[in-house]
Design a binder for this molecule. Structure first.
Ligand SMILES: Nc1ncnc2c1ncn2[C@@H]1O[C@H](COP(=O)(O)OP(=O)(O)O)[C@@H](O)[C@H]1O
Ligand SMILES: [Mg+2]
Length: 271
């Protein structure tokens, strides 16, 4: 079934429930706003923050919202999105992002990374913001390496901020003995709350509005079922909504009702 047919059926100007939503079109549900505010605070105060939440709860989106609002002449944001690269890979990504050529030996790479972060501040007046995503999958060794970067050797002025994003297991991992030094430096923690029922309704409406439909397209009972099955997790809400739109289109209907939402649930849980 072509996405074009669906678009035409509903009169969407763009495909709804997509990933690429500009910051100003994001839905400010409580979990999103609170996570974004905390990330901004950590950056302003040059702290380490830990943002946890279930898969698809909106962590990466919140970090993107917070960093895209920064004054680019005063911040350099480095996004570390590949958790499996290891300690060398992580340092090398930071060095490369700061315009350096990563030194070969680890013993040289650590001071090089620290120096570049300090230089970025001292010479360009920019403070580095490290966003480490999927941190629940990052090795303890790499986490320890990140902590080293925030070490006392650097003067207070050049300190940088570090935002660790990850699934809820990250919180427990940080409490483990080997990571206690990092855990103690964490200045702020927040667990992203899922959408409640009312937020789920307005979340769906806001995605539809962004796609060009400002009127009511989902019935209340369809929203209630989608909220229940998704447990309020935005990515899951998106998947169920897309499937519901397809089911409604196939049934030749105009409004997404509960039976369409049920068909969507069956589709998604069969995957
Ligand atoms: N504030 C928001 N407004 C609109 N859509 C959102 C918002 N937050 C999350 N989403 C949607 O949910 C999806 C999953 O969010 P994401 O941040 O990738 O989750 P996580 O990083 O927690 O796994 C995004 O691709 C986006 O479509
Ligand atoms: Mg993510």
């Amino acid at each position: 079934m072509s996405i074009e047919l669906i678009r035409a059926h509903y009169g969407f100007s763009r495909a709804p429930f997509g990933k690429d939503i500009p910051p100003q079109a994001l839905h400010p549900y409580r979990g999103h706003s609170e996570a974004t505010a905390r990330i901004s605070y950590c950056i302003a105060e040059k702290m380490i923050g830990v943002i946890t939440g279930e898969c698809g709860s909106g962590k990466t989106v919140a970090a993107r919202a917070a960093t895209s609002a920064l004054d680019a002449s005063r911040h350099t944001t480095i996004y570390l999105g590949t958790p499996g690269v290891g300690l060398r890979g992580m340092y090398a990504s930071i060095v490369t992002a700061l315009g350096g050529m990563p030194r070969f030996h680890r013993a040289a790479l650590i001071p090089q990374t620290q120096e570049l972060i300090a230089t970025e501040h001292a010479e360009r007046g920019k403070s580095v913001v490290l966003v480490c995503d999927e941190t629940h999958l990052v090795d303890a060794e790499v986490l320890e390496g990140l902590r080293c970067l925030s070490n006392d050797g650097m003067d207070a002025e050049s300190r940088f901020s570090m935002i660790l994003l990850g699934q809820p297991t990250l919180r427990r991992r940080l409490h483990l003995g080997s990571l206690v030094a990092l855990d103690q430096r964490v200045g702020l923690r927040y667990q992203v709350a899922p959408l409640d029922l009312a937020e789920c309704g307005s979340y769906i409406s806001s995605h539809l509005r962004f796609a060009g439909r400002a009127d009511t397209l989902f019935s209340e009972d369809a929203v209630a079922l989608i909220h229940q099955v998704s447990r309020g997790l935005p990515r899951m809400v998106n998947n169920l909504c897309v499937q519901s739109l397809v089911a409604t289109f196939s049934a030749g209907k105009a409004i997404v009702d509960e039976s369409a939402a049920r068909a969507a649930v069956a589709e998604v849980s069969a995957e």
